[in-house]
Design a protein around this ligand. Sequence first.
Ligand code: NAD
Length: 370
Amino acid sequence: MDISQTIFEECTDDLGPEKIIHIYEPVSKLRAIVVIDNIAAGPAIGGVRMAPDLTTTEVRRLARAMTLKNAAAGLPHGGAKAGILSDPKTGEKEQIIRIFARAIECLHDYIPAPDMYTDESCIAYIFDEIQRSVGLPRELGGIPFDEIGATGFGVAECAGIAKEYIDLDLNGARLVVEGFGNVGKNAARFLGEKGVRLVAASDTSGTVYNRDGIDVPALVRVKEEKGSVIYYEDAERLKTGDLLKISSDIFVPAARPDVVDERNVGTLDTKLILQGANIPITIGAEKVLHDRGVLSVPDFIANAGGVITAAVEYRHGSEKEAFFEVKSKIRENTKKVLDKTYSEGLYPRVAADAIARERVLSAMRYRRCM
Ligand code: NAD
């Protein structure tokens, strides 16, 4: 079977995708992928990420995660995702983003948002080009969800509910964060306010570990000023991949997809996983974890804080409203999913998927079908 057939089959079911668009701009040589998965509930919100090794399948899976996330959160938006195949550390980021924006101008059903390696400035460049994006800087009327830490805030709220199902005391609980970026550092900050103690954090340059605890504001400063967590002094330095061997009570994967898979899941020693990143754990590994008694709250339930805030921004709501909605929607959804999980003997992802799919399918009933 040829590769395009394989991708097509992996990407197609009753929910979507609506469109898969491959972009090539010959002068700049820009290459990008946009997947608009489903727009039944409204125009699709989804992040734009930058990485040289993105694949159609990865963008496709991320777009589906957005459909389910937006539906689970009850937002009037469908799901999409975009990937720019480029090194995010390039000095020409603004130019690349602007070229990308002009290339997607005609995709009126897609509202671009920040994602890995794209921030509020990138989203402002897109807005400047096509007047369509969310996650704008404050000066442009946005609610900068990375700056306020909306997703990390939601992750911490999710913990506040999930702990009840596994009898976990957050006060003093040991936290390990994979990927100390916008989501990871804010999850550590807001979980810290609930008494959770960060013991290890990683980024692409390495891992820092201190069993007695890491000072979160100090680590944030080090990361901002020196570019990596590894320059934090009061901790042992390890390789990036060593993070998964560190024992914890709460593990927050907040970087790339499929970080935990069937091969390395055996090394993970934790009680509660709050999926800060999108699809950070393979379905097979999630099953192994659940069967072992580890509660893993699916990505589109735990990390919906950013998109809930984006939807509030899109309808011109306030930052205060955004925090209120993130808190109430994430707490309510976590409870709904975990009640269904334990009462019906399901895997958490199966329960979450069923709730979100039902909402998308209900919205699809109102669409023209020919
Ligand atoms: P970010 O760019 O701010 O941070 C990512 C961090 O991960 C960086 O510090 C980077 O060095 C690190 N990293 C990358 N690869 C790594 C690896 N293999 N091992 C360890 N660390 C690694 O990105 P972000 O906004 O925090 O997003 C992180 C993840 O969360 C992405 O999957 C994104 O799609 C998802 N997400 C983000 C938001 C949001 O509001 N920003 C919302 C929902 C989901």
